[in-house]
Design a protein around this ligand. Sequence first.
Ligand SMILES: [Zn+2]
Ligand SMILES: [Zn+2]
Length: 136
Amino acid sequence: MIDFDCPKCGEGMSVPDCLAGRSETCPACGNVDVVPWPSVQAQAMSVAGSQAPPAWAQPASPSPRRSPSRQPGRREIVCPNPHCGYVGKPIRRARGSLALGCLLTILVFPIGLIYLLFTGGYRYYCPVCKMQIART
Ligand SMILES: [Zn+2]
Ligand SMILES: [Zn+2]
């Protein structure tokens, strides 16, 4: 069956396929209309459908933001560089020279002790981007 609307009164009509392209009288207003071909109608509908797909039918694009999936462990760090995002063990480097501190302590005791106090501990670096990581 071919469903089409009367161009004059808008009355919906349903006629057999064999009447396509032939004149049909509208039962509501008596207007003589040409029955459209079902194939052309279907083709036009499919073209319109491909041109404007519904938004929900489009595949969801993956989010460019990456969320930290894993939590750092006890000895692991999270790189503060947002472009790096490294999570893992950092590079550890002694802040000052222990040998120099000992030498200063022996030679000039107070200065060497102060040097050791201020330079004691370690600095941590990201092994990927070499950024220093603040860690107390
Ligand atoms: Zn009509
Ligand atoms: Zn990094």
